[in-house]
Write a protein that binds this ligand. Structure first.
Ligand SMILES: NC(=O)c1ccc[n+]([C@@H]2O[C@H](COP(=O)([O-])OP(=O)(O)OC[C@H]3O[C@@H](n4cnc5c(N)ncnc54)[C@H](O)[C@@H]3O)[C@@H](O)[C@H]2O)c1
Length: 273
């Protein structure tokens, strides 16, 4: 095997991808499988059934026997503990955790904030999307003296407030802050914690916010404004998340990298930070 292959070879890696039936985490799971890892998809089972995603990836990545699924609400601590036990029984000890759960639910001027919905978005992105899985996995890794890597999913909204989505922005700013805090705290245990900050990709949840007419591809005003502020002049393609995912998952490629969040944004932040 050449040096080039060795750096990005994940043959001995086992990973859990939360939200693994979703668009971005699904592409990340695919990237890990293509690099040789074993992957367990975790998802809530509503909306995007986990087993369907497992079957699809087993087929498209020629990964039958290397891809597993667990149905779990990652916002429920006891359920996450059970899901880790189930994963250990299926696959053995994972040493990569991709915290892929997250998304937006609401867009409103601040005075019109629906407080209950605001809280749901915080809970989904911060508690289900990071705090609870990271707590359970880090405790397991520390107790078992395992070196590991966590990849969180931030957003452009982690850096700058995007109009009308203050709950999402507050939550994603917390994700970036916790990436730094966890990286510092876990470094002595050999656990790296990094993040990816996707620019704008068409996901299940933001589709209607960005595309006005699916037939013609006509964009909403928000979609148009985003493209105007993206030097590459287009939305991202989820396959463009794959390389950074493999890099951050691979100890050989990024073993001294921790606490960073890497934007994958077609240059969006060059105009906005
Ligand atoms: N699409 C984008 O442009 C974009 C940009 C920046 C960041 N992100 C972030 O990327 C991540 C994935 O987004 P996506 O666009 O692929 O969304 P998605 O909706 O396609 O994927 C998210 C998945 O998480 C699952 N999920 C939600 N809550 C859960 C819970 N409590 N327990 C278990 N599963 C749960 C959903 O069912 C879904 O399958 C999110 O954190 C999102 O904020 C997306």
């Amino acid at each position: 095997m050449s040096n080039k292959e060795r750096l990005f070879d994940l043959d001995s890696v086992k990973a859990v991808v939360t939200g693994g039936a979703g668009v971005i985490p699904g592409a990340q799971a695919e990237a890990l499988l293509e690099a040789g890892a074993e992957v367990c998809l975790w998802g809530r089972g509503t909306g995007h059934p986990v087993q369907e995603a497992v079957d699809r990836l087993a087929d498209s990545c020629d990964a039958a026997g290397r891809v597993y699924g667990v149905t779990v609400d990652t916002g429920d601590e006891a359920a996450v503990e059970r899901a880790l036990d189930e994963t250990l029984a299926q696959m053995g000890p994972p040493t990569v955790l991709i915290n892929g759960v997250g998304g937006n639910r609401t867009k409103a001027a601040f005075p019109e904030t629906d407080v209950a919905l605001f809280e749901q978005v915080l809970v989904m992105n911060v508690m289900a999307g990071l705090v609870i899985p990271t707590k359970i996995f880090s405790r397991y890794w520390i107790e078992n003296k395992l070196k590991a890597s966590i990849i969180n999913i931030a957003s452009m909204a982690s850096y700058i407030p995007l109009s009308g989505v203050s709950a999402y922005g507050a939550a994603k700013a917390a994700v970036m802050n916790l990436t730094l805090a966890n990286a510092r705290e876990f470094a002595g245990h050999g656990i790296r914690v990094n993040g990816i900050a996707p620019g704008f990709f068409i996901g299940h949840q933001n589709r209607a916010l960005l595309i006005k007419d699916e037939n013609t591809g006509e964009l909403t005003d928000r979609g148009t404004a985003i493209i105007e502020h993206t030097p590459f002049g287009r939305f991202g393609d989820v396959t463009e998340i794959k390389g950074t995912t493999v890099y951050l998952a691979s100890d050989k490629a990024s073993g001294f990298v921790t606490g960073v969040t890497i934007p994958i944004d077609g240059g969006y932040l060059t105009y906005n930070v």
